[in-house]
Design a protein around this ligand. Structure first.
Ligand SMILES: NC(=O)c1ccc[n+]([C@@H]2O[C@H](COP(=O)([O-])OP(=O)(O)OC[C@H]3O[C@@H](n4cnc5c(N)ncnc54)[C@H](OP(=O)(O)O)[C@@H]3O)[C@@H](O)[C@H]2O)c1
Length: 171
């Protein structure tokens, strides 16, 4: 699949790293232009490229990963969405701390994003995870459910080794 990112910082790079590892082509973009992303793209490997925001936003699936104050500018001038998917990873933080949130009135942040991307199918995702957690490999040996086959590929909530063993028979 062709994927684009609007924004090429912490979150976009974390998501892009998983996408290229899964075999998808990813075009990253920022406000400074593709040449400013040479190093980032080289680090992500041959499936990654850099483009203008309009080029990246033409992909089948597009991730929005810019700061809240940059959302209107970032979404202006992109090709008509025509039902393409826009994954909104933003938080409406406007100050120095995560508690400094914009007053959105009666709207949700994704309703505002959707207003700036008419025709897009907007999905809210990733915004509750720190970038370092998005970037990390989600498969942990410690995170596998006790007793599950190692080949099942599931991740689960980590359990401390001292947890009592579950009962083996019904009472
Ligand atoms: N960091 C986290 O742990 C985390 C986790 C979840 C969600 N979030 C949310 O995700 C969003 C991105 O966070 P981040 O930490 O990835 O921010 P970041 O590292 O500052 O990256 C923001 C990116 O947006 C680009 N940008 C700025 N204006 C733009 C425009 N008009 N058009 C296109 N690109 C533009 C910036 O590049 P240029 O300045 O060169 O254009 C930069 O590449 C924020 O809304 C944040 O609240 C962050």
């Amino acid at each position: 699949m062709d994927v684009g990112t609007i924004g090429a910082g912490t979150v976009a790079q974390a998501i892009a790293s998983h996408l290229v590892a899964a075999g998808h082509r990813v075009m990253l973009s920022n406000s400074r232009g593709p040449a400013s992303l040479n190093e980032v793209v080289a680090g992500l490997g041959p499936l990654a490229s850099a483009g203008t925001v309009a080029q990246a936003a033409a992909a089948d699936m597009v991730f929005l990963a810019v700061r809240w104050s940059d959302v209107p500018t970032a979404l202006a001038g992109v090709p008509a969405w025509k039902g393409r998917i826009l994954v909104d990873a933003t938080n409406h933080i406007v100050g120095q701390t995560p508690a400094d949130l914009a007053d959105l009135g009666d709207e949700t942040s994704s309703e505002i994003v959707a207003r700036h991307a008419p025709g897009a199918r907007v999905v809210k995702a990733f915004s509750t995870l720190y970038g370092q957690y998005i970037a990390a490999d989600p498969q942990h040996a410690e995170g596998r459910p006790a007793g599950s086959p190692t080949s099942c590929g599931r991740s689960a909530i980590w359990q401390p080794p001292t947890s009592p063993a579950p009962p083996t028979s019904s009472p």
